[in-house]
Design a protein around this ligand. Structure first.
Ligand SMILES: *Cc1c(COP(=O)(O)O)cnc(C)c1O
Length: 451
């Protein structure tokens, strides 16, 4: 028997939750998950919830997916962990080949780590060292977007452009060139989409051209800037930035930690604009949401800059202890098998249309500023005033209120400030999509009534 009260007591006494103001947490009644099944999670009181954010954007095929369970168990019967430092392992090799075969063409080298932050950190270090060893050491700067989020380690925080998360650490960070985020609803250039001719892309192109001699790489989340509030890039934006990189000999790093593995309707978001990055960062969905694993994929051209005699010190001196963990690699292979066998990605577009239809009643809601969606990534921006686009006062915690309403109605969501995020597992049935949409509409209605 699960003693819920005892767990609550111990949670309050010992846990420090990520991205959480623990003072408020101690007053809340925590929801403690005990198990999962398909798209649902069950808490310690036996209550069932639809997992509306894929357990923080990782789950793809649902919880306790038989094929992935089986693959991890089979690997457990062989070995749970061995190192890639000086040795290799069967699942790490098999997965590397599989990733290279599904990634955009030319990304044939796989460097493993264990989180999205490290995948990006590694891409940054590779790009930096690559230019040094290509004989162009002045190319050592990075360009990232306003509102960018690339993880929580110091290197990836340096790329970050979200004041709320990153501001306090400023003195610890390396300086980064900043291009305007293509956030049409709140344009940082104060332009309107009808007349701007994508001034934000023009500005990114200008920065890339002007700083080509110092720029090692441009780092972007393709198609959707997730943690920024599900900012969907206007069509053509990504392609223009990539074209500028190619024209000016600047590496292009695609952070597909959130958008990868089908979320936006293609296996990788870059595909939608025919973009082929020099470095591709993968994590979150890579194992189907089972185990921590990440991969930074590189082209042979980047890789070759690291080759040399043992004593040349052209080695990439980086590696985490659990790099390429065999259990995680086995889960990732099983997840790729499922993506193929179940044609999961092909089902994203019809599912996305159904979800959009279910959310349509929010289209003219007085407290919904904008609904942004690409594939099964959705952000619903709540505002105090639809006309002026004025946000709610922060202490109201309107996004949080909305997700508490959803929780009462049996759906787990997590907001980004006042943007209500939906990012369900790709395996959702039609009925489950309808449930997610109906609960979201009712919850936003309930939270904002009287606001
Ligand atoms: C979540 C995320 C990261 C960081 O991944 P972690 O596994 O949390 O370190 C990096 N980039 C993007 C785009 C993300 O969404």
């Amino acid at each position: 028997m699960i003693d819920h009260e005892r767990l609550v007591e111990l949670d309050r006494r010992h846990l420090w939750h990520p991205f959480t103001q623990m003072q408020g947490w101690l007053d809340d009644d925590p929801l403690i998950i005990e198990r999962g099944e398909g798209a649902y999670l069950f808490d310690t009181r036996g209550r069932r919830y639809l997992d509306g954010v894929s357990s923080l954007w990782v789950n793809v095929h649902g919880h306790r997916k038989a094929e992935i369970d089986e693959a991890v168990r089979a690997q457990l019967d062989r070995v749970a962990h061995t190192t890639l430092l000086g040795l290799s392992s069967v699942p790490a090799i098999e997965l590397a080949e599989r990733l290279a075969s599904v990634a955009p063409p030319g990304l044939s080298r796989v460097f493993y780590s264990d989180s999205g932050s490290t995948a990006v950190e590694i891409a940054v270090k590779i790009a930096f060292q690559c230019w040094k060893q290509r004989g162009r050491p002045s190319k050592r700067q990075f360009l990232a977007l306003g509102e960018a989020y690339h993880g929580d380690t110091i290197g990836s925080v340096s790329l970050g452009g979200m004041d709320l998360f990153h501001g306090i650490f400023q003195p610890l960070l390396f300086p980064v060139l900043r291009a305007p985020e293509p956030y049409c609803y709140r344009c940082p250039l104060s332009r309107r989409p009808e007349e701007c001719e994508m001034a934000c892309a023009r500005e990114a192109e200008r920065l890339i051209e002007a700083h080509a001699g110092e720029l090692a790489a441009v780092v972007v989340e393709p198609i959707v800037q997730g943690a920024a509030g599900m900012i969907v890039q206007p069509p053509g934006w990504l392609r223009r930035v990539w074209d500028a990189c190619r024209a000016h000999d600047v590496l292009f790093i695609a952070d597909e930690v959130a958008v990868g593995f089908g979320r936006t309707g293609t296996l990788f978001a870059c595909e939608q604009e025919g973009v082929v990055p020099d470095l591709l960062c993968l994590a979150k969905g890579i194992t189907g949401g089972y185990l921590p694993l990440a991969a930074t994929l590189a082209t042979e051209s980047v890789f070759e800059a690291f080759l040399g005699a043992y004593e040349s010190d052209r080695t990439f001196f980086h590696g985490h202890t659990y790099t390429g963990n065999p259990l995680a690699c086995a889960a990732a292979i099983a997840s790729l098998d499922l993506l193929e066998a179940e044609k999961t990605v092909e089902q994203v577009e019809p599912a996305a249309e159904r979800l959009a239809a279910g959310l349509a009643p929010l289209g003219d809601h007085p407290h919904v500023g904008e609904i942004r969606q690409r594939g099964l990534m959705v952000g619903i921006e709540l505002v105090a005033d639809r006309k002026t686009r004025a946000p709610f006062p922060r202490p109201l915690r309107m996004g949080h209120r909305a997700i508490l309403e959803a929780r009462r109605r049996g759906v787990i969501l997590r907001p980004l400030s006042d943007v209500v995020v939906l990012m369900p597992p790709l395996c959702l049935s039609g009925a489950q999509i309808d449930e997610l949409a109906a609960v979201t509409v009712a919850s936003i209605e309930a939270a904002t009534t009287g606001a």
